[in-house]
Design a binder for this molecule. Sequence first.
Ligand SMILES: [Mg+2]
Length: 289
Amino acid sequence: MDRSHITSWLTDMDGVLVQENKALPGAAELLQQWRREDAPYLVLTNNSIFTARDLSARLRASGLIVPEERIWTSALATADFLAKQMPGGSVFVIGEAGMTTALHEAGFIMTETDPDYVVIGETRNYSFEAITKAIRLINTGSRFIATNPDATGPSADGVLPATGAISALITKATGRIPYVVGKPNPMMFRSALNRIGAHSETTAMIGDRMDTDVVAGIEAGLHTILTLTGISDEAAIQRYPFRPTEVISGVGELVHPRDGEARDAGGDAASPPAAPGADSDSDAAGSGE
Ligand SMILES: [Mg+2]
């Protein structure tokens, strides 16, 4: 598969780089390759519960070096979208630090009185009182926004109700559907491209889901790469009316051997990659967008 025209990268996080807080094979090496080559890239997640700083720390605990400015969440995409729509607007938020921090930094005012928007993000602390407030505000004219459509999220004990499930409750009570910014809305990818100054013709999107990553990548005009480490398999791909540009078994396939290593392929002469600490320092210093 020719991807020689690709200079910038967007990648999904869960099911591509990590699975249940464990780094997937090749993920550390791919991130290191992008740092070494100074490639523009962003790690994307539909989860709006955490800030980019939180996620950077969580990834680091899994052995993956991703500076916070290289992370793009549905909360950041939502704040970016709303700031363009209505600079300095007001919001009522159901969500956690990932959402409230993003909206504060984008210049929004939090209020329960006649807000421009009601924004629903991920939280583990839904309250009947807050949901009632959201419903009444939407009924009286506040615009209804949700960070992502996911109905459930994973946990060690089983599924958790997620943003899409709570939005559905509000939809049932108000008769209004939210505008959803996260995947599969290609808005999420467009704002990510803008963030790193990348262009769709020369950018690839790596994801593990046909119904979000791949379809949104196609609609945003990206080179799409489906990795089978997540929940899609070959049989599942056949059922969709669209196909990714390419299918790989894991992100390790995107790591090219470094000079001196390739020539010894098959042997055990490959030297270990440079210490991640050295790389991350230079990256953190160099990325000031
Ligand atoms: Mg995923």
